[in-house]
Ligand binder design. Structure first.
Ligand code: AMP
Length: 282
């Protein structure tokens, strides 16, 4: 596996690959890789001639400096896992290499209403930062396909809008959430949980899974309330938001009949660790 640190090296690989009529599958990540990331990498390896993985903790998408400072990093282990998964190359640039003109940008991406709710509301500037880095990665890597996990359900909708408004030619491939055996969605942030918190955190998924049954004979509002009340009653857990939304627009629904595509998106603090998850109702 080729380890690429510079944009010029990356451009050589990309130019050679596309020049030979071959395909590139890109998996953008922030490292501290786990089986969730690797499920995206495996798809990229299977479906493309070149599987390119980026490992870059993007400072512009963090609205909380402590979150950025404590974000887990383990480059050596990441590279080993990526090589084992069959990645062709990893692009792991420095912040200066990624943003030679500095991290500040005047460009405001048109991300639609999908970027204004949920994560957009609770993490101001987050999606502009995500759009900035993904746009830059798309321009540099010129992927045929790009792989994103459904754990970050809203992120996929926002990137879809960015690709449209920036006229980028790429196929976005959503990949299902990978979970631990006890149901907890795999996340780099799980490494920050204490042993006790790690035992409590699976309640998030089990409550959401239970709420799918509950929703069959209860209203949207009652389903929402039962999830929030149940989770908030558990010590160490605090729901930041839980919204039951149209899976296409990300806007809240009031009735189950409103849309053929309904998803519940949640963010829960487990102690100080911010965990996100979602579940499909329809
Ligand atoms: P991150 O490193 O957290 O930015 O994640 C990089 C990519 O991996 C994003 O597209 C995430 O949605 C995806 N991802 C993270 N965790 C999981 C998971 N448990 N299952 C599937 N995809 C995931």
């Amino acid at each position: 596996m080729q380890i690429i640190r510079s944009v010029s090296e990356l451009e050589t690989l990309v130019g050679k690959t596309l020049g030979n009529g071959k395909t590139i599958g890109l998996v953008p990540t922030m490292g501290a890789l786990h089986e969730g990331h690797l499920s995206l990498v495996k798809r990229a390896v299977e479906e493309n001639d070149v599987a390119l993985v980026s490992v870059f903790v993007n400072p512009t998408q963090f609205n909380n400096p402590t979150d950025l400072a404590t974000y887990p990093r383990d480059e050596e282990n990441d590279f080993r896992l990526l090589a084992e998964a069959g990645a062709t190359a990893v692009f792991a640039p420095s912040v200066e290499e990624m943003y030679p003109e500095g991290t500040k940008s005047d460009h405001v991406f048109d991300l639609g209403t999908a970027a204004e709710v949920m994560e957009g509301k609770f993490r101001p500037g987050h999606f502009q930062g995500v759009a900035q880095v993904v746009n830059r990665l798309f321009r540099l890597c010129r992927p045929t396909r790009a792989y994103f996990g459904e754990k970050d359900f809203q992120q996929i909708a926002v990137i879809r809008n960015m690709v449209k408004s920036e006229h980028i030619d790429v196929e976005l491939i959503p990949v299902p959430i990978k979970r631990a055996d006890d149901g907890l969605a795999l996340s780099s942030r799980n490494a920050l949980l204490t042993e006790e918190q790690r035992k409590i955190a699976p309640e998030i998924h089990s409550t959401l899974a239970y709420s799918v049954e509950y929703s069959k004979d209860h209203s949207v509002q009652a389903t929402h309330d039962t999830v929030v009340e149940h989770l908030n009653a558990i010590p160490q857990l605090e729901v930041e938001y839980f919204e039951i939304v149209d899976g296409r627009t990300l806007l809240p629904v009031e009735e189950w009949s409103e849309s053929p595509d309904i998803v519940g998106c949640i963010t829960v603090y487990c102690g100080k660790v911010r965990l996100i998850d979602n579940i499909r109702y329809k």
